[in-house]
Write a protein that binds this ligand. Structure first.
Ligand code: FAD
Length: 346
């Protein structure tokens, strides 16, 4: 394999029902940085049906080119068709780096393309960089149960590929009017050749905990001890109009459901405010919340690791601190409303 034939940073811009999935736009931001360091172009990959118009959004988020496959056969995601579409593009245009969002479809496609074009893939990365001199992509992720960060290289094959969790990278600022080149290709597959048929699409309408979109999270750690302690976290969350998060130990103790879990095997969150109550700060928890804009930790152990990540720390007993905070916020927000203003957290 002649590695020098491979140039350009690509991002799979997943769309569902004609709407771009946010993580693809986030990856255009990260991809732009890599492409600039390597002095190469940033390209979006758009596959679907009647999706050509979405290319404009990709340009405005930093793409120089968009590779487009627009065909009824790719209207809905199927491994067979998307693997063929993306694999053909890779073989023809030879990208150096190819990034995918770690959504169910993104993860499925990335692993399928890796086997199709015989290259490596680093899954669930949280940090991306590049060694410019060697043109080596450095994809880092927690390893060995999250106790270390491992940087994984793909030295002998191209493209160098990674999936990245949603919300880990920041969406770049939109540059209205920015344009680029659309390169349209066709897919040489017919519906009759496919082993998978889509009979119906059933949407899950269950309203779960949406940690990823939350602006404020109050999270409970094992320090809450039981449901009674957890209730204090819920009380503060109610006053702040916040979402309740939890460490894995709280979930495993059966105090709340897994949909509240933040961390390596839970949600990755980026709220404006993250209040961690009785959480020790294990790396597996930290990787899920460290990009929060402001982190406040409450812990009765002044040496707890969480204080290394927190912007503000309260050393104290959460059974005393949480009710005080709830009371004070309630008063402050009430005063704001009485003065005729809109509560600032609304
Ligand atoms: P603890 O570590 O027990 O900490 C409790 C804290 O509460 C202590 O710091 C203590 O000082 C404090 N405390 C106690 N009483 C009080 C009080 N009255 N007032 C104030 N503070 C008090 N963990 C996650 O959270 N998310 C994950 O996604 C995740 N994934 C994992 C994946 C793998 C493969 C592995 C191996 C582990 C994973 N873990 C995850 C578990 C992780 O390693 C820790 O065990 C877990 O985060 C610890 O939870 P905790 O901080 O609530 O509990």
């Amino acid at each position: 394999m002649n590695l020098d034939e491979y140039r350009g940073v690509w991002v799979f811009n997943e769309q569902r029902d004609g709407e771009l999935v946010d993580v693809g736009l986030e990856l255009l931001g990260a991809g732009r940085e890599l492409a600039d360091k390597l002095e190469t172009e940033l390209c979006g990959v758009l596959i679907g049906h009647n999706v050509k118009d979405l290319a404009a959004e990709l340009f405005e988020h930093g793409a120089d080119k968009v590779y487009l496959i627009d065909d009824p056969i790719t209207e809905q995601y199927r491994t067979e068709t998307y693997m063929k579409a993306a694999g053909d593009l890779v073989r023809k245009y030879k990208p150096e780096i190819f990034l995918y969002g770690a959504t169910s479809n993104g993860k499925d496609l990335a692993s399928a393309v890796a086997t199709e074009v015989m290259t490596g893939l680093t899954a669930d990365t949280t940090l991306l960089d590049v060694n410019v001199e060697k043109r080596l992509f450095e994809a880092s992720r927690p390893a060995f149960g999250g106790n270390i960060m491992a940087t994984i290289l793909c030295k002998k094959h191209r493209p160098q590929m990674a999936t990245v969790r949603p919300k880990v990278m920041k969406k770049p600022e939109r540059q209205p009017g920015r344009t680029g080149e659309v390169i349209e290709e066709t897919i040489s597959m017919r519906e009759e050749d496919l082993r998978t048929k889509i009979i119906d699409i059933v949407r899950d309408t269950k309203k779960g905990v949406n940690l990823e979109e939350a602006d404020i999270i109050v999270a409970a750690g094992k320090g809450v001890k039981d449901e009674k302690g957890f209730k204090l976290v819920e009380d503060l969350a109610t006053v702040l109009n916040a979402t309740v998060g939890a460490s894995r130990d709280v979930v495993e103790a059966g105090i709340c459901g897994h949909d509240h879990q933040v961390g390596q095997t839970g949600a990755t969150v980026t709220p404006k405010l993250y209040i961690a109550a009785g959480i020790s700060g294990a790396i597996q928890h930290i990787v899920g919340m460290q990009n929060s804009e402001m982190i406040i930790a409450i812990n009765n152990d002044p040496d707890a690791a969480i204080f290394n990540t927190a912007h503000y720390g309260i050393v104290g007993d959460l059974f005393e601190v949480l009710p005080l905070l709830t009371e004070e916020f309630k008063k402050a927000l009430q005063e704001e409303t009485e003065e005729g203003g809109v509560p600032s957290h609304a």
